[in-house]
Design a binder for this molecule. Sequence first.
Ligand code: 5GP
Ligand code: ZN
Length: 113
Amino acid sequence: MADCIFCKIIAGEIPSTKVFEDETMLAFRDIDPQAPEHIVIVPKAHIESTNDINVTNSGFVAAIFEKIPQIAANCGFAEDGYRVVNNCGKNGGQTVPHLHFHLMGGAAAGKMY
Ligand code: 5GP
Ligand code: ZN
């Protein structure tokens, strides 16, 4: 989608440090990490937010969650655990309107609220 930062990263128009890619998803390092290991995982399909997940596109979400353990293991922090976060909309703190999951590890996470 035009003017979507994550679609531009997927298309290679904006550089990123990729940690995993297949035909349905891309995982890359967050530009402003909030944990020692902070990876953003996006479906390649432009889905705006969790509010737009439905029966026709939920397979992309399932594929991401099936791959998260491998991504965490490859990055060396699976064994100690990690946090997966999705921000949806204004009150969720979503700043990029392309569905994504934050995979954060490398240190004990704090409380969210
Ligand atoms: P949100 O706040 O929407 O849940 O998360 C968006 C995330 O994308 C933020 O953590 C932000 O640092 C990250 N981000 C925004 N623009 C870029 C970019 O151009 N490159 C990378 N690698 N991360 C980005
Ligand atoms: Zn997009």
